[in-house]
Design a protein around this ligand. Structure first.
Ligand SMILES: Nc1ncnc2c1ncn2[C@@H]1O[C@H](COP(=O)(O)OP(=O)(O)OP(=O)(O)O)[C@@H](O)[C@H]1O
Ligand SMILES: [Mg+2]
Length: 353
């Protein structure tokens, strides 16, 4: 595997080493792609490789027609920010890969992942992949790769679970999930149960043709009349609240994770790899001894602290000021104080969210 040059801005990055055309094995299909079978994808461009490589691709369907999609691959070997250690990108090299393969073949993965899971649950500061490099032990490079593998595996699971939980919003507020896939790449000669550590999982998403919300003041696809911009920002703020109310708390809620459809100028949220789920948070927080436990209240308290709608509005306000010297006014945010009050004293017949 080659050492890749990752451009500093993450855009127009060099293609990942999957080959063109790429072969994808469809693990789960939500469209007319055949599940359990390989399909061919051709890359048109790479959007970004900040955490995961995300590409604009065409995929040939069983009937011979082609669909255009966004392919996001959870690949530990890439990712400018994913492989960062103390502000520097740590390149994936053949030596590092050899060390990782020895580690896997020596059956060190399972105990390492168990310990990582235990520490992630119990430690005050959960371990990050780069912490292992800092340890400088004999297996430190392999452990860095192993922790990155765990991170990418978690991102795939979280992203696919979020799309499942948000299936009612797909196609209108978030892209449609088309398929869960595996990019077919050479896997080293390891026993079958260890092959998973070299597999590359990914998702094929409906491709939203538009511009990132963060580019609103500069994109040629955005309305040229700045008076139209506040309503696009307001729709995005409202959508952030809608996601919170749907029980999916985005971990990385920012304008760059919002794509605005170039025709309708309606926002679509993307990137749920770091999301958290209400139900799972509540299970973890619940103390059966606490008789006054109000799960709804606890959830919305966290939503209010996180303030995802505010994260969208504040960043956009700063951008408009900086780029266009424009004051963003009149954006309406959720009133968390009254939401929390209502949870404690619900009015008759009134529903939240
Ligand atoms: N469904 C989609 N349609 C069109 N473009 C998309 C789609 N999904 C992702 N992209 C493009 O790819 C970029 C990266 O996607 P995403 O945020 O999911 O990946 P990421 O690795 O988590 O990136 P980051 O860490 O920068 O947020 C988006 O900003 C967008 O430009
Ligand atoms: Mg993103």
């Amino acid at each position: 595997m080659d050492d890749l040059e990752i451009p500093s801005n993450g855009r127009n990055a060099v293609p990942p080493p999957y080959g063109t055309p790429m072969q994808l094995h469809v693990l789960k299909s939500f469209c007319n792609l055949p599940a359990g079978r390989p399909v061919q994808a051709t890359m048109i461009t790479v959007y970004t490789i900040t955490m995961s490589p995300v590409m604009d691709v065409t995929v040939r369907t069983a009937s011979g027609s082609e669909i255009r999609a966004a392919l996001k691959v959870y690949d530990r070997r890439l990712g400018r920010d994913l492989r960062e250690c103390l502000g520097k990108h740590v390149a994936h090299t053949p030596e590092v890969e050899t060390a990782f393969q020895y580690f896997v073949k020596a059956k060190k993965m399972a105990p390492f992942l168990r310990e990582l899971a235990r520490r992630s649950k119990e430690d005050f500061t959960p371990p990050e992949p780069w912490h292992f490099l800092d340890d400088a032990g004999p297996d430190c490079q392999a452990e860095f790769e192993a922790a990155l593998w765990a991170k990418c595996d978690g991102y795939f699971k979280t992203e696919t679970e979020a799309y499942d939980r948000l299936c009612h919003l797909q196609g209108e507020y978030i892209p449609r999930m088309l398929a869960h896939v595996r990019v077919i790449v050479p896997v080293p000669n390891v026993p079958a149960d260890l092959g998973k550590y070299f597999e590359l999982k990914g998702v094929l998403l409906e491709r939203i043709s538009g511009y990132n919300l963060g580019d609103l003041p500069i994109s040629p696809l955005a309305p040229s009349d700045p008076k139209k911009w506040p309503s696009i920002i307001q729709s995005s703020v409202n959508l952030a609240h809608k996601l919170d109310a749907s029980g999916v708390l985005m971990g990385d809620c920012a304008p760059r994770n919002v794509i605005v459809d170039k025709r309708t100028h309606m926002p679509f949220f993307i990137d749920f790899a770091q999301a958290e789920f209400k139900e799972i948070l509540l299970q973890a927080w619940h103390d059966p001894k606490d008789k006054g436990w109000n799960p709804e209240y606890e959830y919305w308290k966290t939503v209010a602290t996180r303030n995802n709608p505010g994260a969208i509005g504040t960043e956009m306000k700063g951008k408009l000021k900086k780029i266009k010297n424009m004051e963003l006014k009149g954006i309406v945010y959720p009133n968390y104080e009254s939401i929390l009050k209502e949870i404690q004293q619900p009015k008759k017949g009134q529903k939240l969210g």
